[in-house]
Every structure is written in C-alpha cells, then in structure tokens.
Design a protein around this ligand. Structure first.
Ligand code: G6P
Length: 606
C-alpha cells in the first residue's frame, strides 16, 4: 500500500521522481524518500511525513542525477519515521531498494542476515531485501535481484538500483502493481499510470512472478522462476495527465464529486439503449453461466461493498435471484458455502484490494466462476476474473471514493436489467428505463445545492457524534454516507437500519444529536417517518434527504430535496448531498479530505 516510482534517462531524475511521488501520494503518506545515482555514489534522502516535507529537504540537498527510485509509504512494519522510510540500503550504500507490499518471511531472512554480520537500521521488512541483494551481488544486478526474489514470500513490487550499474533499475512484481513506462530513450516505472503518463503512454504491466530490467535505451522482462525472457505486450494509456489532476478544485474529492454527471454518462455509454436493451458484450463468454446461476455472491470492501449492498437489492428484486453480499475480508475466512451454479461478483474501484483479490482466488479454487466490476483497467483483480466489466469512471485519486461508487451503482443497475433479460424475468421496467437517461442531468442539479449543504456542514462541524438512518435501499445509502463522513471529517458517524434504532442506538440520541436520513422508498415511507419522529422526540436534529419534500416539511429540521426517480435508482442521487456534506464538514474542520489520517486509497495488503 505504498507508491513506487523509478526513472532512468537523460533528464534530472530527482524532479521526475518528486512529481511521481506527488501523483502517487494517495497510496500512502507516512513518509517519502528518494535515491538518486550520481558520480558512482548513491544519494538517499528520506523524511517522515508527506511528500512536501521531502520536497523541502530536497531543496537543501544536492539530488542531481539521471537514474533513481522513490517511494511514498503507508506503514506496515515499523512506525512512520525517517529511519523506516524507503529507499533502504544494505550495510554499504551500494544498493537502494523500494518496496510496496509485505515480505512475510522477513523475520527469518533478517535473522540469517544478522548472523552473517549485516547491521540493520530500520524496523521494516523491506530492509532485508537491500542486504540480500548486497550479499548476492557478483557483478550482475539482474542475477542478484532475481535470486533474492526467489527467496521472498509475500506480496511485493520492488525496484533496486546500484552504484555498480548506474543507469539500470531492476524491478520485480508479485501481487502488488508495477508498470514499466517505455519512453523514447528514457524508462520510468510506477505503481500506477498517473506517474507515467506525462512521459509516455506506452507501458508494460508486470504480472506476478515477472521482473524487468530497464536502462534509458532498453527494457527487458523475464520470468523470475525460470529466467526466461518474455515478449511483453505493450499497452497504451488512454487518458491524459489533466484528467488525473484537480482541474482547479481545492481537492480531488471535490473534483470527483463534480465529475459524477459525466461519469454516469460514461458508464452508460454504449451499454444502455433508450428502449431498455442492455449491451454488455464483455459477459458474452459467461452469459450461459449467468443465465443458469442459482445464487450470486457479491464480495467487496469499503465503499465498493456498500455498492454491493445496493446490488444485492437490485438483483434480488429485479432478477429474482438470491444474492449474498460479503465483506471480502470476512468472505475469505468464513469458509463460504458455494455450490454448483453459484457465481461470485467482485466489485473494486482499484482492482488491487488484497482481500478482494483473495476472494477471487478462493472462489476460483472452489471452481466458482468470478465476474468483476472494476474501474482500473488491467488491474490484478480484472486480470484474474473470468469476465470483467469496467466502470469507465476515470482515475479516482481522493481516498474517499465518490465517483466510482456512483458509477458502480449505475453499472449494477445495468447488470440487473441485463440479467433479467438473460433469464427472461418479466417485470415492468418502464419507469427505470425512462429515468436512467435523466440521471446525469439530475446529478448536475443536485450539485447546485452546495450552499445549502455547506450550511448543514456548519451545523455539524462541532458535533462529535451522529447517526445515519434509512430502510431498504436508503439503508445501503446511509451506510455509505456515514462512512464518507467519518473517514474524512473524523466525526463519529454510525449508520443504522431505522427499524433497529430502538434496539440500542436510541439510547445515545440526545438534544441536538444530528440524525441524517434518506427517505426515497415509497413502500416504507410512512414507517420511515415514524422512525424519524421517534428520534426527533428524543431531541435528534433531523437532516432529511428526500424525493418527496412536501411530505416531510413537518418532520425535518433541514430538508434536502432530490429529484424523484424510480426508487431503484434513487441511491445514485441521494448519495450526492451526503458526499458534499462529508466533504464540507471535513474542510470546515480543517482536514484535508484527500488524505484522511490512517487510510489509503488502495489497500494492497491484508
Ligand atoms: C479503501 C479505500 C476505499 C475503498 C476500499 C475498497 O479503503 O479508501 O475508498 O472503497 O479501499 O477499495 P476498492 O479499490 O477495492 O474498491
């Protein structure tokens, strides 16, 4: 769960590496560091804290050179500190190593190295790699790194440089992402394409068990186990650097909230016809499996799991197929009973979440077909699914997922309609089909309510505790709303199914406790209004998102109206004010919503 970047070519490596670290900082910001080769010397500069601190330090020190590696860390082994920051070197400063992942057998390796006289300066698992390369080196960095990689157990994307071969970077990949950018007379490696795109759009994606050796003029890939050379397929990045930058917004999260009308269009494009016909050719090969499926198991983490809860409701109600929704970290250990004709559907924005990837593997081990809804093309999860459909939401940088969630909901709706068509389930889809093309325009209208939402955020900014309540699809939405609020504003927010309130949480409601609620489901509207009255009677201050404001005038302290659409589609709209509320509460409290403490965008370790 760290970001790595490496450069070799004619330009100043330090400048390019620093830019790369800024773009990859969403992957971890406990510390940052850089190692650059110049005049047969390795200059390592590293600092606890954000990339900006490293940048300050770099201004004071000479980091010139044309080849180097850099890293932004999300701590696993060892606290955030200068010493634990990457790059790590061996006993002599001949080799420097950066690493994203976890070396599971590092304790055993470290003990062996210590016995051989190696002296360690950090608490990290990564440092063993530097000492191992140092020990293994006999004149060929590729040979040394390959032999070290064969001894490592765990997940890793690693890059190594050495003073002995000063324009070369050797990289290996097992489980965590690593791309090799193939520029003209320059090569750049990184954890994701945003750090490559300014320099080249052509890249290789290293697969598990592969390694690469790059110099300005050459790039070669090999199988780690056999040493066999691989003829890698060149892939092309199809978006621009501008798309990955903030376009004038203060934060990526706010920009990504703003992109949602466009993202809705992008997700629908080519898939939804006005007569309701759904085209998902990426599922052609699994169509028969889906037609015959007896049960679907949705598996995901975080926000993607919350999208999965909406998906469960849609698939069960519209396709009459039983659906279980599981948190991936539970699914992989709970020994799920899956039988013949079960299908697993994984949902992941990044396509790299370790627990979700493990769930894919578990299902496949049990012979269960796996389909995926993923945003990042060619990510690890996408590569391992039997069939995958992409969100087309564009790069999401803000740690708190927004546009990917909305896009997931849109795609889940399309999947529900597709499955219903495939399985000949008849129901009246006319309202849904008529409303789908309106969603993007309605989402734009909701963004116009920002001033009102800022006022609500003002009211909430000094609260320590609040509840989110809802029923049915509104419950799924408030789970996501509460997650958004807590992760970036640090206000404790708990989502409850409204009917469950009186079984405990009601005891915590007192005068002025904010109660955020969504009421869009006609079938339980009256019951929701009763639940709201229960909390209001105990002093709760009601912030109500509803598509029928005229029916809620008397019960809400603050009313946030949303356009009326089919109740199956309302989550796509009702989440937008809740995202804005969280964003503004975070900003008003002085937090950076793009960098919530202790969290990272892409959780590639367990
Ligand atoms: C992290 C991110 C969340 C995301 C979750 C699952 O916790 O901060 O925004 O929902 O991982 O990630 P995925 O990429 O699999 O959707």
């Amino acid at each position: 769960m760290c970001g790595i970047v490496g450069y070799t070519g004619p330009q100043q490596a330090g400048k390019i590496l620093l830019e790369g670290l800024h773009l990859l900082e969403y992957r971890g910001y406990d510390s940052a560091g850089i190692a650059v080769l110049k005049d047969d010397k390795l200059k390592v500069i590293k600092k606890e804290g954000k990339v900006a601190r490293l940048e300050e330090q770099l201004k004071k020190e000479d980091s010139l050179g044309n080849c180097g590696i850099a890293h932004t860390r999300w701590a696993t082994h060892g606290k955030p500190s200068d010493a634990n920051a990457h790059p790590h070197t061996g006993c002599d400063s001949d080799f420097a190593v950066i690493h994203n992942g976890i070396i599971e057998n590092y304790a055993e390796l470290k003990a062996r190295l210590q016995k051989n006289g190696h002296y360690f300066t950090s608490e990290t698992d990564t440092e063993v790699i530097a000492h191992m390369v140092e020990e293994a080196y006999q004149g060929d960095l590729y040979v040394a790194v390959r032999s070290v990689a064969q001894q490592l157990v765990g997940a890793y994307a690693i890059a190594v440089v050495s003073i002995h071969e000063p324009d070369k970077i050797v990289a290996v990949r097992q489980e965590t992402p690593l791309l090799i950018g193939l520029g003209n007379k320059e090569k750049i490696l990184a954890s994701d394409p945003s750090a490559l795109v300014k320099y080249t759009k052509k890249y290789w994606r290293l697969e598990n068990g592969e390694m690469a050796v790059i110099t300005p003029e050459s790039a070669e890939a090999f199988v780690i186990a056999s040493g066999e050379k691989i003829d890698k397929k060149i892939q092309e990045i199809d978006w621009d650097i501008d798309e990955a930058q903030r376009s004038g917004f203060d934060h990526y999260m706010r920009k990504e909230i703003d992109e949602q009308p466009e993202v809705i269009e992008n997700t629908l494009r080519g898939r939804f016809a006005k007569d309701g016909t759904i085209s998902l050719p990426e599922f052609d090969d699994v169509a028969e499996t889906l037609r015959q499926a007896r049960k679907i198991n949705i598996v995901a983490c975080g926000t993607s799991y919350h999208a999965g809860l909406v998906g469960k409701y849609l698939l069960e109600n519209l396709c009459s197929i039983p659906v279980e929704a599981d948190i991936a970290s539970e699914f992989r250990y709970r020994n799920p009973l899956m039988g013949d004709k079960d299908v697993v559907l994984v949902i992941s924005q990044s396509g790299e979440t370790a627990d979700t990837l493990a769930a894919v593997r578990l299902a496949k081990q049990k012979g269960v077909p796996v389909i995926g809804i993923v945003n990042v093309v060619n990510s690890s999860i996408a590569a391992e699914c039997d069939a995958v459909t992409y969100l087309h939401a564009g790069p999401e940088i803000g740690v708190a997922s927004t546009k990917a969630y909305v896009s997931q909901l849109v795609l889940l709706m399309l999947m529900a309609l597709y499955l219903a068509q495939l399985r000949n389930v008849e129901f009246d889809a006319s309202e849904i089909v008529a409303d789908i093309p309106k969603l993007s325009g309605y989402a734009s209208e909701l963004l116009q309510q920002e001033q009102k939402i800022i006022q609500v955020a003002e009211l909430m900014k000094n609260k320590g505790n609040c509840f989110f309540i809802g029923r049915l699809l509104d419950y799924a939405v408030v789970l996501e709303g509460a997650l958004k609020l807590k992760e970036i504003s640090y206000i404790h927010a708990e989502a409850k199914a409204a009917g469950e309130l009186k079984h405990g949480a009601l005891a915590l409601v007192e005068d002025g406790t904010p109660i955020v609620t969504a009421v869009t489901q006609d079938s339980i509207r009256d019951k929701m209004h009763s639940s709201i009255m229960e909390v209001k009677a105990r002093g709760g201050s009601i912030i109500l998102v509803t598509d029928k404001p005229e029916q809620a005038q008397d019960i809400a302290d603050t009313l946030i109206p949303i356009p009326k659409v089919s109740s199956y589609l309302s989550p796509i709209l009702s989440i937008i004010p809740l995202q804005l509320l969280s964003y503004h509460a975070a900003v008003l409290r002085g937090n950076n919503p793009d960098r919530p403490r202790n969290l990272a965008k892409s959780v590639t370790v367990e």
